[in-house]
Design a protein around this ligand. Structure first.
Ligand code: GDP
Ligand code: MG
Length: 160
């Protein structure tokens, strides 16, 4: 009883994961989705989407002052992206670990960027950096009704 009660009090977070245009063009969508799926997180939102300059600028607003900001906006709007919402206990930090360091040459082998990319400006995937930003970004990229709440049949085989 007590372990169940403690488990039920654990914070379930959401993270926004996005396959960037290079990942889509290079045919890495399935591979990238698969990493989060196999880990055991729950997919709650998924779509292919061509984003506007305005949306890209809002998403990356904290980087507005950076010299690479215009290049970053060009990159993110250069073709369709795959938008995803994933849910689970600890999903934000875990997804960042699965993704790896911002610079793919510094990212550990076994991570998405470590295995699949060579340059910061083409680092194939985005992941939210905090639970707060996870919520903010999902609300920014998905419309009402596009995020699904559901119970995967494997749930009891993933968490005691
Ligand atoms: P992330 O959270 O690991 O994605 O890294 P940041 O939040 O620091 O940066 C957001 C994104 O901006 C990165 O994923 C890169 O696509 C891009 N970026 C960051 N630093 C640089 C840079 O020095 N040059 C270029 N061209 N792009 C950068
Ligand atoms: Mg970031």
């Amino acid at each position: 009883f007590l372990p169940h009660l403690i488990a039920s009090l654990e914070q379930v977070d959401q993270t926004y994961i996005m396959v960037k245009p290079d990942g889509v063009q290079r045919g890495l969508v399935g591979e990238i989705i698969s990493r989060f799926e196999k880990k055991g997180f729950k997919l709650t939102g998924l779509k292919l989407f061509q984003c506007s300059k305005e949306l890209a600028e809002e998403h990356y607003k904290d980087l507005k002052q950076k010299s690479f900001f215009p290049k970053l906006i060009d990159y993110i709007t250069s073709g369709p992206v795959v938008c995803m919402a994933w849910e689970g206990v600890g999903v934000v930090a875990s997804a960042r670990k699965l993704i790896g360091a911002t610079d793919p040459l510094q990212a550990e082998p076994g991570t998405i960027r470590g295995d699949l990319a060579v340059q910061t400006g083409r680092n194939v995937v985005h992941g939210s950096d905090s639970p707060e930003n996870g919520k903010r970004e999902i609300a920014l990229w998905f419309k009402e009704g596009e995020v699904c709440d559901w119970t995967p049949v494997q749930s009891p085989w993933l968490r005691e």
